[in-house]
Design a protein around this ligand. Structure first.
Ligand SMILES: Cc1cc2nc3c(=O)[nH]c(=O)nc-3n(C[C@H](O)[C@H](O)[C@H](O)COP(=O)(O)OP(=O)(O)OC[C@H]3O[C@@H](n4cnc5c(N)ncnc54)[C@H](O)[C@@H]3O)c2cc1C
Length: 408
């Protein structure tokens, strides 16, 4: 039976960040177990790469801001393109946006500016149809990054540390048994990448069907950190915690319009909720369909979805988008919690299990600071740099929800 100081369940952005921070804090041996370290169904590989500190609750601003300070220091390594968020509002929502802007600037010094429709058009002349837009906030410290590069940087730093760090691929965690002096983890280790392996990954992550011909492995650790994202709904019950995390499909389309080059800009958010930004010389655009069911569902609805939900909004906002060509797209999972905020803390009733999941739409931008906070809990048993107690896992049962009003 292999023994580690810490076992991290899930090797997405959160799990990789936790492993890096643990290694840099002097933890001697760490194992990261994942069904697929390549992450083909992980939210970390399927997101929009947006980074913003412009949240409306202190904990979300602080987690993002601390992470942004890190991304600024490694900007070339992670493709951090700090060209701001331009967030447009209709008249009904504009007063609250102005109130939030004043708070963000006074409390956190974010330097957010309010733009009139004329100033929006001056900022980006492509936005030449601003009907229904009362104003926009422009937040210069926000931007876009490459989540895959971020994840690889976390992993490289973990490996480069003095710690023994093992990233165990094709390992499906099926049991997590906390005992007084250790946690026993059981996993099914299946074949390396092959057509059969790819089918096994899909069957596990979409349908919870265990792999055939897998070898059962047993590991122990002093502490386990659960970073299984949307799959926390399945993994947390293994140690007796039924978590209110809901996997919800989110789709992203890639399209092209002649003479529309968004590369000089960062993220745009339309009052309709459609967000978009440059994807090389193309446009990446997404929208949260409120009618989505909870499901481990990855089907992309293709051109029909783009024509129905995305193109009308872009064409109404930018005349040059009247003619657009759909190129591709994908779907990934959001991990909804009741207050749409992340979960960070010891699992209720457990001293050896830390939870760090449910970062609904912000796991890329907050992964650095959230990973640090989880590593602090493991090594110091308390938050040392940033008090993340508002995200404690038992807040849902206690009714102590975080009030965050600016989720996409
Ligand atoms: C369409 C879309 C757009 C988004 N846009 C943004 C954005 O602009 N900015 C932003 O910050 N965030 C965004 N997000 C959210 C962000 O991607 C996630 O919050 C973040 O990636 C979560 O990382 P994670 O490591 O917690 O989870 P994941 O990346 O999902 O990793 C979980 C890992 O756990 C593994 N796993 C699951 N079950 C088991 C098991 N039993 N045994 C072993 N391994 C297991 C999985 O294989 C997976 O690799 C978006 C998400 C989506 C879907």
């Amino acid at each position: 039976m292999e023994r580690y100081d810490v076992i991290v369940l899930g090797g997405g952005l959160l799990g990789s960040s936790v492993a890096m921070h643990l290694a840099e804090r002097g933890v001697g041996s760490i194992a990261v177990l994942d069904v697929d370290l390549g992450g083909r169904y992980s939210s970390s590989e399927l997101n929009a790469g947006g980074v913003r500190a412009t949240w409306r609750s202190p904990i979300n601003v602080e987690l993002s801001l601390a992470s942004i300070e890190f991304y600024e220091g490694v900007r070339d390594e992670v493709g951090f393109d700090q060209k701001g968020y331009l967030w447009m509002y209709d008249a009904a929502r504009w007063p609250a946006a102005l109130e939030a802007l004043a708070w963000q600037n006074a409390t956190h010094g974010l330097g957010v500016r309010a733009l009139t429709p004329d100033e929006i058009a001056a900022h980006c002349p492509l936005l030449d149809q601003l009907d229904g837009v009362a104003g926009a906030t422009f937040s210069p410290r926000d931007g876009l990054l490459n989540p895959n590069l971020v994840k690889e940087l976390y992993r490289a730093r973990a490996r480069a540390s003095a710690a023994t760090v093992r990233f165990e691929n094709y390992s499906y965690v099926v049991a997590v048994d906390p005992e007084p002096d250790k946690v026993v983890v059981r996993a099914l280790k299946f074949q390396e990448f092959s057509p059969a392996g790819a089918r096994a990954i899909k069957a596990i992550l979409c349908d919870a069907i265990p792999p055939e011909d897998a070898a059962a492995v047993k590991l122990t650790a002093d502490v386990v950190v659960n970073c299984t994202g949307a799959w926390a709904r399945r993994v947390a019950p293994l140690y007796g915690h039924v978590v209110p995390v809901r996997p919800v499909r989110r789709q992203i389309a890639i399209a092209h319009a002649r003479d529309v080059d968004l590369r000089p800009y960062g993220m745009f958010v339309d009052p309709s909720g459609v967000y978009f930004h440059r994807e090389s010389t193309h446009i990446l655009a997404g929208w949260a369909d409120p009618g989505e069911d909870d499901d481990f569902q990855f089907r992309y609805d293709g051109e029909a979805w783009f024509e129905d939900k995305i193109w009308p909004v872009l064409a109404a906002r930018m005349s040059r988008c009247a003619q657009m060509r759909h190129r591709s797209g994908w779907a990934g999972l959001y991990e909804y919690t009741p207050d749409l905020c992340g979960v960070l803390g010891f699992a209720p009733g457990h001293e050896r299990v830390v939870e760090a999941f449910g970062f609904t739409g912000r796991g890329a931008m907050q992964s650095w600071a959230a990973g640090r906070a989880a590593a602090e809990l493991v090594t110091a048993r308390r938050f040392e740099t940033l008090d993340c107690s508002p995200l404690r896992p038992d807040r849902f049962a206690d009714g102590a929800l975080v009030h965050e009003a600016l989720s996409i």
